[in-house]
Design a protein around this ligand. Structure first.
Ligand code: BG6
Length: 484
């Protein structure tokens, strides 16, 4: 037996990277709307685009420009969702992951009543998916909180944001609960310490003496509490629905078998697991908590927080997997970037043009580690290869490198399932080209579907099928049996 019957094959996206329509339908500003595209920066230096300051936000707010603020335009799913969903259905998708932009429903995050136009948009999308027999997988928070909450409260640092988020969740569950069974709370919840503004609306200048890192762990605690409240509410309002956590699985190997390297690696991996441990086990892991205490980073908690977290753990564990990292205590070890991380280079692995190390076996290792640790069903909700594509004269895109990447990863995923890992589904990142989260580029393409748009927003936005489109279609049709 390999992939189980009913295995959910599909693709994953995020509102801020593909919807566009940033000022339409009553949508408010989100943190993504101030993310700049910088043509001449080193694409391997993600801090160049993910860093933030009050001045940079003000500068962004003073213009309606969509050329250098690409997430404002996305790829226009807002107007083309029927065409895009039809292409996904043609590939045979069983599931499609998307997020609900909080600022479309509550433009500043604090309105009394939700924005009906925003709700109607998503309802139309879900109805269309139902018609096409595609199951939605919905992320409640994917790098797109209302900008107003970042400026007023320093984002998730402030406890008041919990209530505002839970109110948004209530509206989503009440309105979309009849269409959506699978929910994710916070995309890559661990990413808060890598890009605190995008993930949690934290503006370092507003952290004061406390410092940015302490704000991050405070915000993470608030997200754990909010996540637990959202899970409790979901169970109350939508019986049978399921809530998952979402982790960036940053599997780290020791560079050598020197015990110092192994110990440093163990620390890295425990730090990564921390965010999932809390949400699966319902408690702060003792080692991590002690570490936070030692560093003076312990979050402020209120009575009842820990009980709430304990009583409302998640139903399943979802994660993104792109690459593995390596760790070494040698300060001179060669480094390479990954998904918004910088690690030591692994001499056994090839890298993409953005420096990310390609490691299919690491995918299997990650699946096994996660399943063995949590004993919860897993869902792979992001995996893919960002590359520059070449369009031939006849419009075709021969992306054999992408097929090779997926084939190798699917073989390993299959082995993990055969070994006993319980896997609900797999959604590639991203089935259609969209704006990169880390670099705000369009030319870093992940899709099976090519979108005619360049980094500066030029192009027709026409959609065309790449070679990988037909390959993935066959994979789904054979439930992962035919990977040739
Ligand atoms: C994940 C994010 O970290 O990686 C996505 O959840 C993101 O939003 C994806 O797009 C790929 O990263 P990037 O920077 O290549 O877009």
């Amino acid at each position: 037996m390999s992939f189980p019957e009913g295995f959910l094959w599909g693709g994953a996206t995020a509102a801020n990277q593909f919807e566009g329509g940033w000022k339409e339908g009553g949508k408010g500003w989100s943190v993504a709307d101030v993310a700049p595209y910088r043509p001449n920066v080193d694409v391997k230096d993600y801090k160049a685009t993910t860093g933030v300051s009050l001045e940079r936000i003000r500068e962004a707010q003073s213009t309606e420009d969509t050329t250098y603020y690409p997430k404002r335009r996305g790829i226009d799913f807002y107007h083309r969702y029927k065409e895009d969903l039809a292409l996904f259905a043609e590939m045979g998708f069983k599931v499609f992951r998307l997020s609900v932009a909080w600022s479309r429903i509550f433009p500043t995050g604090e309105e009394e009543q939700p924005n009906e136009e925003g709700l109607a948009f998503y309802e139309d999308v879900f109805k269309e998916m139902k018609r096409l027999n595609i199951e939605p997988l919905v992320t409640l928070s994917h790098y797109e909180m209302p900008l107003s909450l970042a400026l007023k409260y320093n984002g998730w640092t402030d406890r008041r944001v919990i209530g505002l988020f839970v109110k948004f969740c209530r509206v989503c569950f009440e309105r979309f609960g009849k269409y959506v069974k699978y929910w994710l709370n916070f995309n890559e919840v661990d990413s808060i310490i890598r890009h605190s503004f995008i993930t949690a609306g934290i503006i370092p200048e507003l952290c004061g003496e406390r410092g940015e890192l302490a704000c991050c762990y405070q915000a993470a605690h608030h997200q754990f509490v909010a996540g637990a409240m959202a899970t409790r509410l979901l169970r109350e309002l939508v019986p049978g629905a399921q809530m998952g956590l979402m982790l960036t699985k940053l599997t780290t190997y020791p560079r050598t078998c020197a015990p110092e390297d192994v110990a440093a690696t163990q620390k890295k991996n425990l730090e990564n697991y921390f965010y999932a441990d809390v949400q699966v086990f319902g408690e702060y892991p003792r080692l991590m908590f002690r570490d936070l205490e030692k560093r003076g980073l312990t979050p402020v908690m209120e009575t009842g927080d820990l009980e709430l977290i304990r009583e409302n753990t998640v139903d399943f564990v979802s994660f993104s997997y792109y690459m593995t990292m390596t760790e070494s205590v040698d300060p001179n070890a060669e480094r390479t970037p990954g998904n918004t991380v910088l690690g030591v280079k692994n001499p056994y692995l090839p890298t993409s043009d953005w420096g990310w190390q390609i490691d299919p076996v690491g995918f299997r290792i990650s699946l096994i580690e996660l399943y063995d640790r949590y004993r919860k069903p897993l869902f792979v909700v992001e995996n893919g290869l960002g590359m520059k594509d070449t369009v031939e004269k006849d419009g075709s895109v021969h992306d054999s490198y992408r097929v090779d990447y997926f084939r190798a990863h699917f073989k390993e995923m299959k082995r993990a399932v055969e070994d006993g890992v319980e896997l609900m589904g797999y959604t590639s990142w991203a089935p259609i080209d969209l704006i990169s989260a880390g670099t705000n580029q369009m030319s870093k393409r992940y899709g099976f579907i090519y979108v005619d748009q360049d980094d500066l927003g030029g192009g027709t936005l026409n959609r065309t099928r790449k070679d990988s489109f037909y390959w993935y279609q066959k994979v789904i049709a054979t439930n992962g049996e035919d990977l040739d």
